[in-house]
Design a protein around this ligand. Structure first.
Ligand code: ARG
Length: 401
């Protein structure tokens, strides 16, 4: 039996559930969870819902399974060994902006767990004929704002320029420091765009210190504990959930290599190199490479010291190979993107460097669309009169000194 499009009832406006995808997902769900006998009644039920309403509703079990498999299918994620442990918060019926914000904060609390970080996803309602019921504009639930300075240069995280400016136009008053936690920018159908500050006590942050270099603390660096991606769509069985923030825990290099040392981010290597007394006159002295190791030692040490879960790239590489072996045993191939899986420092020191991966991209999955990418930069994909006519700020237009 297959799900067929009956009586034209499936189409609604220009929106349609992908029937083949719905059916493939339901087959996968029933097969992997050992519920084969229930597949055909469920297919019939879903076909009835599609005929009557143009869409269908996942059971809570299907939703949880779909979210976990979307993680399992995340080709860029090295941390998938624990995909089955993902805690799924089903909040599909929450549509009020303030309640959405409160659920995001509750997500952070559950995920933070006093420092013993738990992988969590909170799922709000799927697209329907009228589009997304809820959108979270932020790229992550917790991110730092960036501020351009009058005199040139910037303070904070250049990834947070656009959203900081948008939030300010919507009434947020940025403190103007290097680590201002951005407010949540939430769009709902009835209420449009709203801004909500996250209470300080719900954002766990770790001050960065070095195990051997006392001056490192004077740099005044810190990072937040929970990386919770909030602008990607969760796609399950032909339905698309546009607001489904999810988190794991950090791997040290994400902070210590990319966030702190990328030249278009916090760009701290020149300062660290100077403080280490390295010869910074030429790249060939490898002063950057040497300084990079110290920054990453500081990140891992600080999280450990603060009792906050973080993994290192050696451990995570081993775990990923274990995951690959387990997937193979289960008769599945594991999609992976080498350029994302290999850590951004000491690549060839980790076993994940020395092999190739499956380049298929199965669903359920997490997906980033262009509109979401723009929103995360504070740019409306469609004109919004309440935002005024001034074009929003783009990424760092100045050189930084
Ligand atoms: N790389 C991103 C960051 O540094 C976070 C991406 C998700 N990371 C994770 N460990 N789950 O903020």
């Amino acid at each position: 039996m297959t799900i067929r499009q009956g009586g034209g009832g499936v189409r609604s406006g220009n929106w349609v559930v992908d029937l083949a995808e719905a059916e493939a997902f339901l087959r996968q769900y029933h097969q992997e969870t050992g519920r084969g006998d229930l597949l055909y009644p469920r297919l019939a039920e879903v076909r009835r819902q599609l005929d009557e309403t143009g869409t269908y509703r996942h059971t809570p079990e299907e939703l949880a399974f779909g979210a976990r498999v979307a993680w399992r299918n995340s080709a860029r994620c090295i941390g998938r060994l624990y995909w089955q442990s993902l805690q799924v918060r089903d909040r599909r019926d929450v549509t009020d902006a303030a309640e959405v914000a409160a659920e995001c904060v509750a997500h952070l609390r559950t995920a933070t767990n006093g420092g013993r970080i738990r992988p969590v996803i909170t799922v709000f309602g799927p697209d329907d004929a009228a589009g997304p019921p809820v959108l979270i504009w932020n790229e992550q639930l917790v991110r730092y704002a960036g501020h351009l300075r009058f005199e040139g240069g910037y303070t904070g995280d250049p990834h947070g320029f656009g959203l900081a400016e948008l939030a300010a136009r919507l009434g947020w008053q940025p403190p103007g420091g290097p680590f201002d936690v951005l407010p949540l920018v939430i769009e709902t159908r009835e209420q449009g765009l709203r801004v909500f500050e996250i209470p300080g006590e719900d954002v766990l942050e770790v001050p960065l210190v070095h195990p051997a270099l006392d001056w490192f603390a004077d740099l005044g660096l810190r990072w937040y504990a929970v990386p919770a991606i909030s602008h990607m769509r969760l796609r399950i069985g032909g339905l698309s959930y546009p607001a489904a923030p999810f988190n794991g825990w950090y791997m040290g290099t994400e902070i210590g290599v990319r966030n702190l040392c990328d030249t278009d981010r916090y760009d701290i290597l020149p300062e660290v190199g100077r403080r280490l007394g390295l010869d910074t006159s030429s790249d060939r002295t490898l002063w950057r490479d040497q300084a990079l190791v110290e920054v990453n030692r500081a990140v891992l040490h600080s999280f450990d010291h603060a009792g906050v879960t973080i993994s290192d790239h050696h451990t995570e590489s081993e775990r990923f190979l274990k995951h690959l072996a387990r997937e193979e045993l289960a008769g599945r191939s594991c999609p992976a993107d080498w350029s994302w899986i290999v850590p951004p420092m000491s690549g060839a020191l980790t076993a994940v460097f020395h092999r190739y991966y499956d380049d298929s991209r199965p669903r359920p999955d997490f997906h980033l669309d262009e509109a979401a990418r723009l929103r995360a930069e504070g740019i409306s994909p469609r004109p919004d009169p309440r935002l005024g006519t001034r074009p929003p700020a783009r990424r760092c237009p100045v050189s930084h000194g």
